[in-house]
Design a protein around this ligand. Structure first.
Ligand code: C2E
Ligand code: CA
Ligand code: CA
Ligand code: CA
Length: 272
């Protein structure tokens, strides 16, 4: 047992050292990626639940690493945050998305993901004002998606930041609703234009899980009462689309309707 314990200790120690080394390497690479335009935005369609017409697109950050290949945002965004680069990259994402959306034929909104770290600090509203002015995009075509995690620190700056952004005429969206720390209370604390129902409920409801159906129904009733739009995320099958439609979800997003794809060349240089 003793050697076993020592063995697993050595194993964890090595794994931790490797993770730290990995993290440090990637952090350097992030700095290079900014210069080399190795990061781009892909856009995934969001369609009307009833008519199937395009009602928006979500911008999703993509990083093609020169040697490691594509790295998923769930992996590199925490590294960007730790490296203190989220403001620089986050600002670029907003400017790029506004510029690109303004060139689309379809005058639908573009949804941009915002990290909790971007919401605190005064810079975000300034970036948004600037991106709208430079691109000429109407504020109601910009949606800013935040998750409930932004409320966890209970930072008063978060709420005032959301209200300041809303005051600019952009739409605030509560992402991944139902996942994690969900509380309907968040909906009373800030004014959201839309709730995105987490894909776990889409999967569960289509799989016959009656608790998931009940929760989606409750979310929809609440959204309806508050005048908030709804999108179901991660719709992969016709059965999932059908049940979300039948329950009355406003719009649908997922691989069934389209993968995130590149629509053009980078318009804005990262690091500008
Ligand atoms: P998210 O905001 O919830 O974005 C939706 C994720 O679901 C995307 O993953 C998308 O590719 C994926 N997805 C779309 N349809 C389906 C489907 O039918 N089935 C399944 N299984 N997945 C689907 P992605 O692109 O890997 O992004 C992961 C997360 O990274 C995003 O989750 C978002 O939280 C974050 N992220 C992406 N881009 C940015 C960004 O520019 N800034 C910030 N702060 N976060 C970002
Ligand atoms: Ca999102
Ligand atoms: Ca989501
Ligand atoms: Ca581009």
């Amino acid at each position: 047992a003793k050697s076993n314990g020592r063995g697993s200790y050595a194993f964890y120690e090595r794994a931790m050292l490797e993770a730290a080394e990995d993290h440090r390497l990637l952090e350097n690479d992030v700095r290079h990626a900014l210069k080399n335009k190795d990061m781009k935005l892909a856009y995934q369609p969001i369609v009307d639940g009833e008519t199937g017409e395009l009602v928006g697109r979500e911008a999703l950050l993509r990083w093609h690493h020169p040697t490691r290949g594509d790295i998923a945002p769930d992996r590199f965004i925490p590294i960007i945050e730790d490296a203190g680069l989220i403001h620089q990259i986050g600002d670029w994402v907003i400017r790029e998305a506004c510029e690109e959306a303004q060139r689309w034929d379809e005058k639908v909104p573009v949804a941009v993901n915002i990290s909790a770290a971007q919401l605190t600090g005064a810079g975000l509203a300034k970036t948004v004002v600037n991106a709208l002015a430079v691109s000429g995009l109407h504020p109601n075509r910009l949606e800013l998606e935040v998750t409930e995690s932004v409320f966890l620190g209970d930072d008063p700056e978060t709420l005032s930041s959301i209200e300041r952004l809303r005051g600019l005429g952009v739409r605030m969206v509560l992402d991944d609703f139902g996942k994690g720390y969900s509380s309907f209370g968040y909906l009373g604390r800030a004014h959201f234009s839309k709730i995105k129902i987490d894909k776990s409920f889409v999967r569960g409801a289509a799989g016959g899980d009656q608790q998931c159906v009940a929760i989606v129904n409750a979310i929809l009733a609440l959204a309806d009462g508050l005048g908030i739009e709804t999108t179901a995320e991660g719709v992969e099958t016709e059965a999932q689309a059908d049940i979300m439609r039948d329950l009355g979800v406003g719009s649908l997003q997922g691989f069934l309707f389209g993968q995130p794809t590149f629509l053009g060349e980078n318009v804005v240089n990262i690091g500008d």
